[in-house]
Design a binder for this molecule. Structure first.
Ligand code: PEP
Ligand code: MG
Length: 325
């Protein structure tokens, strides 16, 4: 089985009836990028760039980031790389940013919410990503977006950085994509207006589940409330895919759900354009995907969204009939 999976890792990710879904990797380092591409990743769906901003006394400088991003672009060899801008603050405080003491860090000053105060740092990171865009298909993704205003603000900063780079005759892709993470439920109801400013969406299912149910993703006492099998949550995912596609944009998913065998037929049937996961999960997911029938997956979605309780969803997804799709 292991041998069979590894033999197919470089084949494209298509269902038996020829529906393609991009299978990409979540990474936080060059080593993880290398391992993911060796495992058949068709791109990087989530580069958690905050790792180079953490566990240090001063922020990284432009050179350090541009070098790091350049190394990942070289490994990508033309495959897309989605750079998620730094997701720090809140529960991931860093010494050199004054994010203050907070009673509810997960609901507080983190990610895009810190960018206006640390605008230079954000602009410097954008500049490093833009420099990487001269080497292949780099894309920018903003974490923790809650409203269209934040997207507009990020786009304005991006345009200013581009203009400064143009003045210095530095190479970059002027049409670089800017996307948003869909991990705060308010975005579900602002997709059409956000789509005017964003080129793509990627569901961060770890945070989306946490904020959807108001249940801390790391607290085992509320584990049963943090429920990906809940019909309400699955309807929200389907709604997101439908709305994003109606707006003519692309949608991926880069939380843990993307690698779950229970959910694979559902995510495929909903029409996600990309599933991004840890590099080690890729061979297995690609293997299963090739055996799936897209039409049957679509039918499964219709059935599952009308199930009333989470236990019913779980047993349906684990039934031999669904396992055989
Ligand atoms: C998510 O929230 O699902 C996500 C991919 O981002 P992170 O896990 O880094 O918060
Ligand atoms: Mg997140």
């Amino acid at each position: 089985m292991q041998q069979q999976m590894m033999a197919g890792v470089m084949q494209p990710a298509t269902t038996c009836d020829n529906h393609s879904v991009e299978i990409a990797a979540n990474i936080a380092s060059v080593a993880e990028a290398e391992a993911a591409f060796n495992n058949g990743a068709e791109g990087i769906g989530l580069f958690r760039t905050e790792m180079s901003f953490m566990d240090r006394e001063t922020p990284p400088d432009y050179r350090e980031l541009a070098d790091l991003y350049g190394q990942v672009m070289a490994l990508a060899e033309g495959r897309p790389v989605i750079f998620r801008t730094f997701d720090i603050g809140g529960d991931k405080p860093v010494d050199y940013l004054d994010t203050g003491e907070e009673e509810n860090p997960f609901l507080g000053f983190r990610a895009v919410r810190t960018y206006p105060r640390y605008r230079d740092l954000f602009a410097m990171q954008l500049r490093a990503i833009l420099s990487a865009s001269a080497l292949g298909e780099a894309k920018i993704m903003i974490p923790m977006i809650a409203s269209v205003d934040e997207v507009i603000w990020c786009r304005e900063v991006l345009e200013e950085v581009k203009s400064a780079m143009r003045d210095q005759a530095l190479p970059f892709n002027g049409a670089i994509s800017l996307g948003v993470m869909l991990e705060i439920p308010s975005v579900l109801f602002a997709i059409s207006e956000i789509a005017e400013y964003a080129d793509f969406f990627s569901v961060g299912s770890n945070d989306l589940t946490q904020y959807f149910f108001a249940a801390d993703r790391g607290n085992s006492q509320v584990e049963s409330v943090y429920d990906n099998y809940a019909p309400s949550f699955l309807r929200a995912l389907k709604f997101a895919v439908d709305e994003v596609h109606r707006a003519g944009k692309w949608i991926g998913i880069c939380g843990e759900l993307g690698a779950s065998s229970d959910f694979l037929p559902l995510l495929v049937g909903m029409g996600f354009d990309e599933l991004s996961m840890s590099g080690t999960a890729i061979p297995g997911v690609k293997h299963t995907l090739r055996e799936l029938d897209f039409t049957k997956c679509q039918r499964l979605v219709q059935e599952i969204v009308s199930v009333k309780r989470s236990a019913g969803v779980k047993s349906a997804l684990r039934s031999p009939e669904v396992r055989a799709i």
